[in-house]
Design a protein around this ligand. Sequence first.
Ligand code: NAP
Ligand code: MG
Length: 402
Amino acid sequence: MAKIQMKTPLVEMDGDEMTRVVWEKIKDILILPYIDLKSEYYDLGLPNRDATEDQVTKDSAEATKKYGVAVKCATITPNAQRVEEFGLKKMWKSPNGTIRSMLDGTVFRAPILVKGISPLVKGWEAPIVIARHAYGDIYSAVDTKVEKGSKAELVITKPDGTETRTLIKDFAGSDGISCGMHNTDASIESFARACFEYALSEKLSLWFSSKDTISKIYDHRFKDVFNDIYEAEYKEKFEALGIEYFYTLIDDAIARVMKSKGGFVWACKNYDGDVFSDMLATAFGSLAMMTSVLVSPNGYFEYEAAHGTIPRHYHKYLKGEKTSTNPIATIFAWTGAFKKRGELDNLPELVTYGEKIEQAVLDTVGSGYMTGDLALISDLPEKHVLGLEEFLNKVAERYGEL
Ligand code: NAP
Ligand code: MG
């Protein structure tokens, strides 16, 4: 069979440890036999980041701006122990953080649903994708202890030097604490555009929630920015696709999320997104079944798995032992990138390939063939635990039948 030809390259960001092994095996077994892969390759493995003074990470982000679609393998974010382990020149920053700030992007996390692994919430039939605004609020707040008898005020110094002062609290009767936080219109606007772009791309409705009834200026600003951008730039496109955008109070959002069937994007402020993304990941089953995509307000997409480099499996692999590492989230990172590339380049066969590989994965797990982590949580009556390579071969076999 002739291999599928690509037009524009994918930006390929290789990574570390076990996921680097998974990366190569996915390419060998599920990609290269079917696709004449065009990729611009960047080695984001820690040794090469160290050798290039982390320039390779910045170059890969620039390439993503040029080509629009990237696929990334999990990478080590070095800490003190890693600096020693790899003899690093420096404690390099998180590559994901660097790429996110260069693309000004928002991360969307989406669970993969398979037969046999039921979400803890019975009614959920389709994925709930969560978007977290990863800027500002309490994550970059300043806070302080306050001594009894003090007054805390919010002071704004304007460009002309004049000040406005707003009393936060007169601590006449007790010691206490106080906190000052901020956000910027520019960041909220980028977040909103990334959410609208993603919702259009996935043809999913978008919910945004905050606490504007209590936070009448701060959270209200988020609500207004989303609403203004929606009305001005996205309303017609949403209506044309038959999807909707709505705002609702965070309390109401929680109630609706729990009662929903799933199948929408939920945009959250920084703290809400931090907390509820962990809740959703757990409720949907497993971190190994969670994909993640970074979307910039300009519509650049970078796909990856939400999990890390799985060092415990890597140490086994280095000893020559067989591991039952789950490659599904990394496979879906690749298929997500191929589907997007195919859509942008008008290559329906590339889109179909991505869809079929995904279907082959779901069929394989649904028919009882899976890695060890899934066997622990699957409620199928008959389960066969496969090693990494055996699983990939089984998926390839199934792909051949579709
Ligand atoms: P991790 O690599 O996600 O692994 C944590 C545990 O989760 C594993 O030991 C394994 O459990 C299970 N697990 C995760 N993915 C799995 C898979 N695909 N198949 C089977 N089991 C899986 O998290 P970590 O150990 O906290 O972090 C390791 C490294 O990854 C760190 O250096 C961190 O900086 C990096 N990291 C990178 C990214 C990224 O690039 N996006 C994200 C997170 C972490 P068992 O051991 O019980 O089998
Ligand atoms: Mg969290």
